[in-house]
Structures are given as C-alpha cells and as structure tokens.
Design a protein around this ligand. Sequence first.
Ligand SMILES: Cc1cc2nc3c(=O)[nH]c(=O)nc-3n(C[C@H](O)[C@H](O)[C@H](O)COP(=O)(O)OP(=O)(O)OC[C@H]3O[C@@H](n4cnc5c(N)ncnc54)[C@H](O)[C@@H]3O)c2cc1C
Length: 317
Amino acid sequence: MDETQFDVIVVGGGAAGLNAALVLARSRRRVVVVDAGEPRNRFTSHMHGFLSRDGFDPAELLRIGREEVRGYGAVVVDGRAVGATGSVGAFEVTVQALGGGAPRVLRGRRLVIATGLRDELPPIEGVQEQWGRGAVACPYCDGWEARDSRVVVIAASARSAHQAELMRQLSDDVTIVGRVTAELETETLRGLAARGIRVGDQDVVRVERVDPARERPLRLTLEDGSTLEADAVFTGGALVPNDELLRQLGADTVAGPMGEWTASDPTGLSSVPGVWVAGNSANAGALVIVAAASGLTAATVINYDLVQEDIALTLGR
Ligand SMILES: Cc1cc2nc3c(=O)[nH]c(=O)nc-3n(C[C@H](O)[C@H](O)[C@H](O)COP(=O)(O)OP(=O)(O)OC[C@H]3O[C@@H](n4cnc5c(N)ncnc54)[C@H](O)[C@@H]3O)c2cc1C
C-alpha cells in the first residue's frame, strides 16, 4: 500500500479533525490525521458543556479519539502541515514531523482543515501563566465554577462587556476593568450599572496568584498601583484563525463578528472545491461538541462526494 496516498487528509487532530476522521475511517476511507498536538484548550484540565463528558479532561478526550480512529485504520501523524497545494482529487500536503527530520509529502483526494484558532491574550504580565486556570474566557465553559464569587472581567475590547453581562447571571459580584471601558456605548454602561456591575477605567498591569500554590484567588494590579482580588478572571483578546494552509490554497474569507474567517457553506465546504473546514477553522464560536459535530457533518458530505467520484471513475467518465 502507498503510505503517502489517502482518500482524505485531515489537518488538525482536535475534536473536529478526529471526529471527521472517525466517520471517514468507519466508511472505509483511507484517512490520515496530521496533528501538531496544540489544541486551543490545552491550558485547562476540565471541559464543560459536553453532554456525558462534563468536567472531562480535554486531553483525555483527544487521546481516546486518536485510539478510536486508529482502531478503524486511520493513520495519525504527530506533525505540522507546513504547505498545501493542488486541487480536488489531487492535493499535496507537506508535513514536518514534530520530532524533526526531512519533511514528507502526503497526497489526498480531499482535505479537511481543522487547525483551530489561537487566542491572542492581552499583553498583561501574568495573564498567560494563569490562562485556562484562574483566568478564562468563556462563561459557558467556566462560568458555573465562578458562581457566587468575586468575578473580574479584564476588558480587552468593547466586546468584553458581554462577558460581564453573562457572568452577572452567575454572580452578583462582578467588576469590569480596563481603559477600553471608556469606549462602551452609553446604553451598555447603563445596563451594567442597572445590574450592579462595577466599571473601572484603569488598565490591569499584572495578574498573579495570591497564594502561589493555589489557582485562585488572583491579585490584579492596576495602573496606579492599587490592587483588586478576584476568584475568577475573565478576559480574552483577538481570535486568530490558524488558516495559513487555507490561504495557500486560495480559500475565500469573510468578515464576521470574530474577525476575518474562512468562508464555508453549512457542511464546511470552503470556496476551494475539495477542501472542507471544521471546528474553529469554520466557526470561531464552536465549542468542543460543536467542533466535533462539524467534523462529522463534513465527513458525511466528503464520503458521499467520493462515492459519486468513484461511480464516475468506474463508468470511465
Ligand atoms: C482556556 C479554554 C477553555 C475552554 N474550555 C472549554 C470548555 O470547557 N468546553 C468547550 O466546549 N470548549 C472549551 N474551549 C473551547 C475549545 O478549546 C474549542 O471549542 C475546541 O478546541 C475546538 O476544537 P477544534 O478541533 O476546532 O480545534 P483545536 O482543539 O484547537 O484543535 C486544532 C488542532 O490542530 C492542530 N494544528 C493547527 N495547525 C496545524 C498544522 N498546520 N498542522 C497540523 N496540526 C495543526 C493543533 O495543534 C490542534 O491540535 C476552551 C478554550 C479555551 C482557550
């Protein structure tokens, strides 16, 4: 068997890519998953909002996912795809193994790009160290754990007001801080005040643990040197799609609320025939269960697309 020729190359082995590979491998498609092993939620050990897996370790979900896809014959490569060329039926993906060595080229009839996104955190000392632990972004992922506690939202943009509004549903002790609060609409400020959310207009310059041995509470130092304690910090910066391969392939993008994203139809098909996107590559707002589901959707459409191509090839069309 040609070890470099596949029906489908899946780039990205998070929930989206692995679920696509699972469904394709169960359809007896020859599938390879190329994964650099840096899922977006790697900073946390608990995942919420996934029925039957609430509180599960996301790394364990992916470990099991890899095992399942391998069980159906899919190949999982620990590597980074550094280049993608070609067109429907004949794509080539250049892969650099994580352990080093010469790059190799994989060939596939279809591509699934499920490379996710990067969170560009606000440039505040200590935020990166606390990310995924005391400092988080998503009220649906980590809000319940912060219920009835002191919540501080570090405003990275005017959109941060949403985090404060959502967290007020879970705690009556919510503060939003940062110079960008000066840019909030009057109506938004009125709403925050009406709900008893405190607004501070100084930037946070440092975030650190009060007790180095415990994830919470956190101490926030403001511009004037004053400090604020929080049991949970919500923040987040720009969401940046890992879309280098899609750009190489010439995929169209579209401006959306989260930024410039790859354009795709409801099945994940991009503007490049034969190239699908799934998970955060398709939708910046996709949480894990949605990412996994979009991988499944893309896989079913790709399999049928290949079925049609196989019929045409057999008929000599
Ligand atoms: C701190 C934090 C906590 C979160 N908590 C939750 C939660 O509780 N519940 C929830 O549902 N969601 C949560 N999320 C969101 C969750 O991380 C995403 O929904 C999910 O990771 C999206 O899955 P994905 O498969 O699209 O992308 P990812 O999981 O990011 O996987 C993409 C994979 O592609 C790989 N990759 C990228 N580029 C390449 C390349 N060129 N070649 C090869 N591989 C590549 C990456 O290394 C990665 O392994 C959280 C996010 C963060 C940041």
